[in-house]
Structure formats: C-alpha cells, structure tokens
Design a protein around this ligand. Structure first.
Ligand code: SOE
Length: 384
C-alpha cells in the first residue's frame, strides 16, 4: 500500500508537531511552507525537510504531495483548505476549521464534491483513555449522560506582556479562548457521548484589556521563556475566558469553563460525565488515568493498559500498560487513522477521524456562544 506523502503549511507550534508524528508514522514529508521563503528555508534545514515552498500555490501544485496539513493562523484555514481541495489534495486542517460558519459550511460542501479526505485536527480525542471512555459510554456502562462538565484552563496568556497572533481578531477570529481551546472541549464531549448541543448560555470576559505586542512575531507558549523589549500597546477585545451553560439534545445539562489566564494551569483540559448508572472523569494533565465513579461500590481508577481496554479501541494505545502516553502521541494516532483511511482508498466507509463536518459544528457552536454572550440569553444551536 502506498503511504501518502505530506506537505505542511505553517511552522509555528503545530507544524513541527505534525511533522514529528508524520515521521514516526513513516510518512514522507515532501516540503513545508512558512511565513517567508527565508524562514521556510531555515525551518526546512532545522527539521530535515527537503523542500521549502515559496508560496502556498507552489505547495499545492507539487505532484508528489497527497495530503496538505494546514497549521497556520486561523484566518488562513479557509482559503488554504479550499485551494488544497480544489487542487485534488487530501487535507488535515488545524482547529478551528474556519473563523465563521459560512466558510466552514463551504468547506464541508467542497470536501464532499472533491471526493477527497478532509479531517480536522481534534487530536485530543486520541488519548487512549478518551477512546476507552467513549467505548464505555456506547456500551451503556454509565447509562444515559445527565451532567457533562469540565473545561480547559491555561496560563500562557496570563501576563499583559504575553502576546500571540490569537489575540488579533483579524488572524484568530472574533472568539479567542472559546475558538482555540473551547472547540477541543466541545468536540470531545459531543464525540464521547454522541450527543449534540441544542442550546448555549454564555458569559465571556476580558480581564486584560490592554496588552504589549512585540514588534516581531511571538510563538504560542513563548511568553514563558522570553520577553520582548520592543513592544506596542494594543487594546484587546477577545475573551480571556468563558463560562458556558449547555443543554444537550437528550436533556443532559452541561457547564464548560475555558481560560487562558489561570495561573498555574498549563494545559488543564478535563471532562466529567455523570450518567444514570455511573460517572467517568479524565484530565489531560494525568492522561493515563480514567476515573470511574460509582454510588454502590468503591470507585475505580483505570490505568492505561491496552490489555484492559475495549478490544475495538486497543490500537489507539501505542504502548503496553505502565508506559505513559501523552500529547505528541495523539497527533500520531490521529494521523494514522487518516492516512490508513486514505491508503485503503474506499472513501464510502464512515470516517474514523474528525471530519470537516465536525469542524463546522465547532464554528456553529462558537457563533452561538458569541451571540449568547452579546445578547445575554440562551441561544438555540442550529447545526445545519
Ligand atoms: C494553545 O492554546 C494550544 O496550542 C491550542 O491551540 C492547542 O489546540 C491545544 O491543544 C494546546 O494549546
């Protein structure tokens, strides 16, 4: 079977992470594209990639490339995904799929017409114990979910001197914390439970209204290790944090809290499901432990071990029990799922990975959350 060949656009935090996973999978990376041809050349040398494209047109015109990975700032997701599909390439796009639902709906349609594979990098699904939790929910082990809660807290934008392109709505979109990390959480809980969000009631807050922007580009999470001296003051209007009440289509209720300014919380993504028979809970900062809560017998803590997992989801665990797996492994597992689907060539099979349709649900939810916060009322979610 021919292993599809990749090209990666965007060499910030995500691009090199995608490349590392591609290499572990044994896929060839034909080339990469960065902000300028010069920084692209440097990145290609640093990462051992043969070719640096000067433009995205050049990337999609490369006949060697089967799959285009889009790891750029959010505003480029739509034009790049569209151009890649139109050039007949398969696409793996970072989240959020687009900065509005008009564009994400167009991408869903384009993906369908093109017959190409179009995936969104909701990589967090691929922690082995999240797959295990989903299998347990599907098997009815916790009963119908009643309460679905948790959140995603970080501190990399805690200081007024922390800057990143996500703070600029022209690059990141009108929503920040919700689009960047809330979309992961919403995707996770809807995927885990198979439920849809039917209505939202949101409160958004910006605690740091003015920030210091370095005159040169700052990487994601870079604020922890370097400080720029040459800065300008910028007014910030996107949310540092959000609290969202959720109603689900089976009657379940939920709460999501997201923040990029919670000191000490680095990448604290957690969820809890309280069902009619039992509960499940998981935390990305302890990803190899799944808590199983009971009323009438002692609670359990399942340590990641493929031998103890549902046989259908065992392949998502790359190592035996007691061998910890983490964030980079989730990229590998998502890419394995997409690349093996492409290599098998039967695109009528149901996809095993997050698709553009899932990415579109994410942008629809973001818009409902923004509208709810502005109008200070519950908003019904249309998923059309
Ligand atoms: C920054 O908030 C970020 O890199 C997100 O963009 C990723 O999706 C998340 O998994 C980690 O944090």
């Amino acid at each position: 079977m021919h292993t599809p060949c990749a090209a990666v656009a965007g060499i910030g935090f995500m691009g090199p992470t995608h490349i590392e996973a591609l290499r572990r999978m044994g896929a060839h990376v034909a080339g990469l594209l960065d902000i300028t041809p010069e920084s692209g050349q440097q990145a290609a040398q640093r990462l051992g990639v043969r070719r640096a494209y000067a433009t995205f047109d050049e990337l999609v015109a490369d006949p060697e490339v089967d799959v285009v990975h889009i790891c750029t700032p959010n505003h480029l997701h739509y034009p790049m995904a569209r151009a890649a599909l139109q050039a007949g390439k398969h696409v793996i796009c970072e989240k959020p799929l687009a900065t509005n639902s008009r564009e994400s709906a167009t991408l869903v349609e384009l993906a369908r017409e093109s017959g190409r594979v179009a995936a969104v990098n909701y990589n967090l699904r691929y922690y082995p114990l999240c797959h295990q939790a989903r299998a347990m929910v599907q098997a009815g082990e916790i009963g119908p979910p009643r309460l679905i809660h948790g959140g995603y807290l970080q501190d990399w934008l805690f200081l007024p001197s922390d800057w990143n392109w996500r703070l600029d709505p022209a690059l990141g979109g009108e929503l920040r914390a919700v689009a960047d990390i809330g979309t992961h959480w919403l995707d996770m809980v809807t995927w885990l439970t198979g439920l849809k969000v039917s209505a939202v009631m949101a409160d958004l807050a910006t605690f740091i209204p003015t920030r210091l922007k370095p005159r040169r580009e700052a990487d994601t999470f870079a604020g922890k290790i370097e400080r720029a001296e040459d800065v300008e003051e910028i007014a910030v209007h996107t949310e540092d944090c959000a609290a969202v009440l959720l109603a689900f289509d089976n009657g379940a209720r939920g709460v999501m809290l997201v923040s990029q300014i919670s000191a000490g919380r680095k990448n604290h993504f957690w969820w809890e499901l309280n069902g009619a028979q039992a509960s499940l809970s998981w935390d990305q900062e302890r990803p190899n432990e799944l808590w199983i809560g009971h009323r009438e017998r002692p609670n359990e803590l399942l340590l990641k071990d493929p031998a103890l997992m549902d046989p259908a989801v065992r392949p998502v665990a790359g190592y035996p029990g007691g061998h910890a797996e983490g964030y980079p492994d989730t990229f590998l597992q998502l890419q394995k799922s997409v690349y093996s689907y492409i290599a098998a060539g039967d695109f009528s099979r149901p996809p095993t990975f997050p698709t553009f349709a899932d990415g579109h649900h994410g942008t629809v939810l973001c818009e409902a959350i923004l509208r709810s916060a502005r109008e200070q009322r519950w908003i019904d979610v249309s998923t059309t």
